[in-house]
Design a protein around this ligand. Structure first.
Ligand SMILES: NC(=O)c1ccc[n+]([C@@H]2O[C@H](COP(=O)([O-])OP(=O)(O)OC[C@H]3O[C@@H](n4cnc5c(N)ncnc54)[C@H](OP(=O)(O)O)[C@@H]3O)[C@@H](O)[C@H]2O)c1
Length: 324
C-alpha cells in the first residue's frame, strides 16, 4: 500500500482527497495535517465521512511518507516544505500554483512536472514531484490542446468560463456568501486571471503562435463545476475537428469528446472532462465541462499519483456523477 499524507485537510480540496483516498484500493492514509483541527475527528469537519472513517487530524507531518498532497493556498506550499522537510523519496503533489510555471518548477532540489496527464503523461510517469494544474486552466487547456497540437490554434482565441463557489475555497468571502451568490452572477479578473500564465505556457509547448488568448472568468450560482466555452477561427470542417479531438484524446480515460451537446451536471462528482464542438461560418466553438474539485484539483492529483506509482490511471477514480 502507498502511504499518503494530506496537508490542509480541512479545506475543500483536502476534503475531496480524503474521500478519494479512503476508497482507493492501493492507498493507506498515513496522516491528515491541519493547522486548525489537530486532535479532532476528520468526520466532525467533513461530516459526510461519519461512519466512514475514525481518522483524526494531526499537527505532525510524518516525513517517512510515500506521497504528500499539499492542499494549501498560493505561497503556503513553498513555506510548508521549507518548514517540514520530507524524505527525498517522498513524492510531493502540490495543488497550489507555487510550482506550476517552468520558472518556478525547481525547489529545494526537487523538480516539479506540470501535472496535466493529457499533455505530459509520459513525463508524469517518471516525475518525482507534481505541480497540479489550476481548475480553470484544466478546463481551458483540454478545450484547446488538440488544436495547438495540430498547429491549428487560431491567433485570436476567446474563452468564457464560469466557476462554482467551491472554486474559491472554504473561507467565506463577500462573493461566496449565500446572500450574494444565490441568483447572481458576475465576471472577475477579466483578461488578467492568473491561470492565463500556465495555459499560455502549455499551448506554447505545442504550438508557437503570435496570437492572444482572451479569457473572461465568471462566478456562477452553483457550488461545483466549471463550464468553459472557447471559440476561434478554424478552416476545416466539423468532421475534421472531431477527428482531431478524437485522435488527441484516444488514450485519455478522463477526456470525452461528445457529438451530442454537453452540460455541466454529468461531470459533477467525476474526474471526467466532457468536450463538445460546434462550427458556424468558420468559427469553432469548443465547450468544456469539469468538476473543479475533481478533474480541476483532487481527482487530477490522484490521477497523477496513479501514473507516478505505475498504477491503473483510473484507480480510485471510477466515480458516479450526480445527474439529477
Ligand atoms: N477549490 C478549487 O476548486 C481548487 C481547484 C484547483 C486548485 N485549487 C488550489 O488548491 C489549493 C487549496 O484550495 P482549497 O479550495 O482546498 O482551499 P481552502 O478550502 O481554503 O483550504 C486550504 C486549507 O489550507 C490550510 N491553511 C490555511 N492557511 C495555512 C497556512 N498558512 N499554513 C498551512 N495550512 C494552511 C487550511 O486547512 P487547515 O485548517 O486544515 O490547516 C485551509 O482549510 C489552493 O492553492 C487553490 O488555489 C483549488
Amino acid at each position: 500500500m502507498i502511504k499518503a499524507g494530506i496537508i490542509g485537510g480541512s479545506g475543500y480540496t483536502g476534503g475531496e482527497l480524503i474521500r478519494l483516498l479512503l476508497h482507493h484500493p492501493q492507498v493507506e492514509i498515513n496522516f491528515i495535517y491541519s493547522t486548525t483541527r489537530a486532535g479532532t475527528r476528520v468526520s466532525t469537519t467533513h461530516t459526510d465521512l461519519l461512519g466512514v472513517t475514525t481518522l483524526e487530524f494531526t499537527d505532525k507531518a510524518d516525513p517517512d511518507t510515500d506521497v504528500v498532497f499539499l492542499c494549501l493556498g498560493h505561497g503556503n506550499s513553498r513555506k510548508f516544505l521549507q518548514e517540514h522537510p520530507f524524505f527525498e523519496k517522498t513524492r510531493i503533489i502540490d495543488l497550489s500554483s507555487d510550482f506550476r510555471l517552468k520558472k518556478d518548477s525547481a525547489f529545494q532540489g526537487r523538480n516539479f512536472v506540470y501535472g496535466l496527464p493529457e499533455l505530459y503523461r509520459e513525463e508524469i510517469k517518471n516525475a518525482g514531484n507534481i505541480a497540479n494544474p489550476g481548475c480553470f486552466a484544466t478546463a481551458i487547456q483540454l478545450a484547446l490542446l488538440p488544436l495547438a497540437a495540430a498547429q491549428l490554434l487560431g491567433d485570436e482565441v476567446h474563452v468564457n468560463a464560469t466557476t462554482g463557489s467551491t472554486g474559491a475555497g472554504v473561507s467565506l468571502s463577500p462573493t461566496t456568501h449565500f446572500s450574494w451568490r444565490e441568483n447572481n452572477m458576475s465576471h472577475y479578473k477579466a483578461f488578467t486571471h492568473q491561470h492565463l500564465n500556465e495555459i499560455n505556457e502549455s499551448l506554447a509547448y505545442k504550438q508557437s503562435r503570435k496570437g492572444k488568448l482572451w479569457f473572461v472568468p465568471n462566478r456562477g450560482d452553483f457550488t461545483r463545476g466549471i463550464w468553459a466555452t472557447a471559440y476561434t477561427h478554424f478552416k476545416g470542417s466539423l468532421e475534421e475537428a472531431y477527428a482531431l479531438y478524437g485522435d488527441y484524446y484516444a488514450q485519455a480515460p478522463f477526456a470525452q469528446v461528445s457529438p451530442e451537446p454537453i452540460s455541466l451536471k454529468p461531470v459533477i462528482n467525476t474526474n471526467q472532462c466532457h468536450l463538445h464542438l460546434h462550427l458556424h461560418e468558420g468559427m469553432l466553438l469548443i465547450s468544456s465541462a469539469i468538476d473543479n474539485l475533481l478533474k480541476g484539483a483532487s481527482g487530477q492529483a490522484v490521477q497523477n499519483m496513479n501514473l507516478m506509482f505505475g498504477l491503473d490511471e483510473e484507480a480510485g477514480l471510477r466515480l458516479k456523477s450526480i445527474v439529477h
